[in-house]
Design a protein around this ligand. Structure first.
Ligand SMILES: *[C@@H]1O[C@H](CO)[C@@H](O)[C@H](O)[C@H]1NC(C)=O
Length: 264
């Protein structure tokens, strides 16, 4: 993971005096389904390089691939190649300068498969420089549910599920009896990788005897790589159980002590 950073640092020394990439403006995170995103490669040229564009070529590489996914030679039409073929607005100009106008990638509708390392490589006849940066295109949950069920009158099962996230999500359950947030013990979490995304579910079985009334259960799903997080809460009243008739009872020892509303 730190490898590209090291390369970028080393290339700094090599390009002394000539062409130099001063900024690689690649967004670290982009939401799947955004209308577009721009990856810009800002470089400085010596005055004589600007005038004649002495062999200037701008190339972008994806995930260390051997061939470029974009290439532009000033005076010529930019080319979208490989995974970026048909995914770019190649007419977009990031500056009005003939030596820099098409240096950037203008990606239309970025999707999760375009997550990865982007390397900008700029060269002239005499010199070259490159820099690499990672971009993550993340997808948020399509469906997010937190439910409670009673496998028997004395306990409750809390189940949480979220679908269609990318990259890999994490899930946690919490209970908050009186202001304090407790991470729940014995939570089973299961992650399933589907085509290009992840489903995740967590569940825990709690005994009513261990719970205050009411107890709030929280489910949090997050994508650690992009600091995305959402949560849901439900309230549970331990000691209340449903009779076959559909009415509800407050439990006292083994008896129904009072008829109560099923949800308060
Ligand atoms: C990303 O967005 C595209 C549409 O822009 C959609 O078809 C695809 O299912 C989404 N991917 C995920 C993992 O949500």
């Amino acid at each position: 993971m730190f490898f590209p950073l090291l390369i970028a640092t080393l290339s700094r020394c090599a390009g002394a005096g000539g062409i130099q990439i001063t900024h690689l403006n690649v967004p670290t995170e982009v939401r799947n389904g955004s209308s577009y995103t721009i990856l810009d490669c800002v470089y400085s040229l010596k005055p004589d390089e600007v005038d004649t564009e002495r062999g200037l070529v701008v190339k972008w590489y994806f995930n260390n691939g051997p061939s470029p996914v974009y290439q532009w030679i000033p005076g010529m039409k930019p080319q979208d190649l490989g995974v970026l073929r048909g995914r770019l607005n190649v007419l977009h100009r990031v500056t009005d300068n003939v030596a820099t106008m098409h240096r950037a990638l203008y990606i239309l509708n970025p999707t999760t498969d375009l997550s990865g390392e982007y390397k900008c490589h700029v060269s002239t006849f005499e010199d070259e420089d490159f820099m690499t940066k990672k971009m993550v295109v993340y997808a948020t949950e399509k469906k997010f549910e937190l439910t409670q069920s009673k496998p028997d009158p004395d306990s409750v099962r809390i189940a949480c599920s979220a679908k269609g996230l990318f990259p890999e999500p994490k899930m946690a359950l919490y209970k908050t009896p009186s202001g304090s947030k407790l991470s729940m013990p014995d939570v089973e979490v299961e992650t399933t990788a589907k085509q290009g995304s992840y489903d995740i579910r967590a569940q825990a079985l709690m005994s009513d005897a261990d719970l205050e009334s009411p107890t709030f259960f929280d489910c949090e799903v997050k994508i650690p790589e992009v600091r995305y997080a959402v949560r849901k809460t439900i309230v549970y009243y331990p000691g209340i159980y449903e009779l076959p008739s559909g009415k509800c009872c407050r439990r006292l020892w083994r008896h129904c002590s009072a008829r109560v509303a099923c949800s308060v």
